[in-house]
Design a protein around this ligand. Sequence first.
Ligand SMILES: NC(=O)c1ccc[n+]([C@@H]2O[C@H](COP(=O)([O-])OP(=O)(O)OC[C@H]3O[C@@H](n4cnc5c(N)ncnc54)[C@H](O)[C@@H]3O)[C@@H](O)[C@H]2O)c1
Ligand SMILES: N[C@H](CO)Cc1c[nH]c[nH+]1
Ligand SMILES: [Zn+2]
Length: 432
Amino acid sequence: MRAFQWSQLTDQQQAKLLARPAQSQSAELQQQVAAIIEAVASEGDAAVLRYTRQFDCENLSELRYSEAQIAERAAQLSADVKQAIDTAYETIRTFHLQQQPQDISVETAPGVVCTQRFEALTAVGLYIPGGTAVLPSTALMLGVPAQIANNPRRVLVSPPDSNGELSPALMYVAQKCGITEVYRCGGAQAIAALAVGTQTIAPVAKIFGPGNSYVTAAKQQVAQRSGGPAIDMPAGPSELLVIADDTANPAFVAADLLSQAEHGADSQVILVSPSAALISATQSALEQQLEVLPRAATARKALEQSSLIQADSLEQACEISQRYAPEHLSVQLDDAEQYLPQLTLAGSIFVGHYTPESGGDYATGTNHVLPTYGFARNYSSLGLLDFYRRYTTQTVSKQGLAQLSKAIITLAETEGLRAHARAVSIRLENQS
Ligand SMILES: NC(=O)c1ccc[n+]([C@@H]2O[C@H](COP(=O)([O-])OP(=O)(O)OC[C@H]3O[C@@H](n4cnc5c(N)ncnc54)[C@H](O)[C@@H]3O)[C@@H](O)[C@H]2O)c1
Ligand SMILES: N[C@H](CO)Cc1c[nH]c[nH+]1
Ligand SMILES: [Zn+2]
């Protein structure tokens, strides 16, 4: 991992350092995904099965798991993994339960009452990645809020292993979160099935979850189809930016950087510190820890597109972080809280020396589905509200309409929309 001194870099070099690793958005990938979506739209299950056999499991014949099959596989899970899932489930549920939306009713003028109401989406599709790692924790992050929102259809899809199965841990989470349908399919074909529907899979209103370039491209494409589903956010390869000073433990910092680097060769991790000593000690700790890391080869590739940045001050470190807008931001300073007002552009922030990023990946209670690629500037981290749609009502009394009529009629005439004005005046003419 290379080290740089921020103030000695040109604007162009600084921009390059904070650029994300190139994602495959190629025209070829987009066309391949478009072809998969069209095939699923015209052939249904046959196309989903064909692609799943091609990419994941040669002999797959059934897409759907029955309730009994889910229970049977969940029962195979060891007691200690069940216990760990139970603990994470409770903290995630506790945090998300506090996010319940509140309907409001407001009298905006005498005789004019407006309400804002929330309704759980009727059907949600939960994509759980399964290509490079099986992620039951992501199923918790999507399944728990869907269960609290009580979306009537909660549909989980994930690519099967080479035996055509989903893991017992995933099945246990599905059972615990009251997932109503589980299908063994992944990639663009699963996203297409959720969007357009097949003989087996009915379409959903909104698709959630992270995934690789094929999944992300498919989510973007189906959302643009006429009548297509809503999607949650662009959640791609993992990212972490750590701000640390001399009060930080270099072994902790290195462990955190590696925890996100091990996700994939396309992950990116950055350390920003005013301390040359901390940067150099972190570099040594990284090498030491890599020696015993099972996924060292993957992590090393991610580190090639990552950097250690020496800033002039902690203020400058905060400015760099705001410019990068990381998915995860770790602040390893004795007085971390003091810097939080300057650190707002991140998907989730890990405050202090004893808050590892992996805590949030699994069990602090926050949601680990977060905007990547700088989208933390304008997208929110996933929460309970994403599982609802909101709408408004207004009720106007005769007197209320009389009071507002001048404003409505004048504005309608200003816009040259006579029928709008007439809909008000006709009511006031016929008052008797
Ligand atoms: N941002 C977040 O919140 C978050 C959380 C968890 C995981 N992630 C990220 O999600 C990603 C998961 O990716 P993954 O690959 O492990 O699993 P995945 O489930 O997203 O993708 C696997 C699927 O990709 C499809 N595929 C593979 N090669 C293909 C090809 N050549 N043509 C067409 N389709 C093909 C197959 O259908 C396969 O089932 C990782 O980048 C990980 O870092 C992000
Ligand atoms: N760090 C990932 C989100 O970027 C989420 C995850 C799942 N399992 C472990 N980590
Ligand atoms: Zn992680």
